[in-house]
Design a protein around this ligand. Structure first.
Ligand code: DQA
Length: 151
């Protein structure tokens, strides 16, 4: 069974309460519920975790090596600051999709740069919770094409 790890960065535990105009009314539990339903239907093993701490995210990415086929991550504010997350993705060698609820390219200049984008398979930004759904689809598609190419 294909295994996908979904990681949510800092302040995403506040979804549904925080800046609703930007991030909508859905809570993190709502989003994880959507992901779980999708995973059941797609026959994928999916685990989702959130942390407000950069080191937790680094550790979870490292631990994904050999354990998960793909990572879908919303690094939240660490997108724009964290070389450590970028290095973790490089060392884990697990294909990683970067997702954002808001369109970071339409926001403040400091949000328009992502340290992760250069090492991610790709970035999906601006579709609200659908960004996560597109992210897991893209991750699954990538893993399946790699598997069929190696058969
Ligand atoms: C975010 C965008 C980031 O700039 C911000 O710090 C977040 C959420 C998004 O999903 O749109 O916390 O990653």
């Amino acid at each position: 069974m294909i295994r996908i790890l979904v990681l949510h960065g800092p302040n995403l535990n506040m979804l549904g309460v925080r800046e609703q105009d930007l991030y909508g009314r859905q809570t993190l539990n709502d989003i994880n519920g959507l992901l779980d339903s999708w995973a059941k239907e797609a026959g994928v093993h999916l685990e989702a975790k959130q942390s407000n701490h950069e080191g937790d995210l680094v550790t979870w990415i490292q631990e994904a090596r050999g354990q998960f086929d793909a990572i879908v991550i919303n690094p939240a504010a660490y997108t724009h600051t964290s070389i450590a997350l970028r290095d973790a993705v490089l060392s884990a060698e697990v294909p990683t999709v970067e997702v954002h609820l808001s369109n970071i390219h339409q926001r403040e200049e400091f949000r328009q740069h992502s340290f992760l984008a250069g090492v991610a398979l790709g970035q999906i930004s601006g579709f609200g919770p659908t960004s996560y759904m597109l992210g897991v689809h893209a991750a699954l598609d990538h893993v399946q094409s790699k598997q069929s190419a190696s058969k």
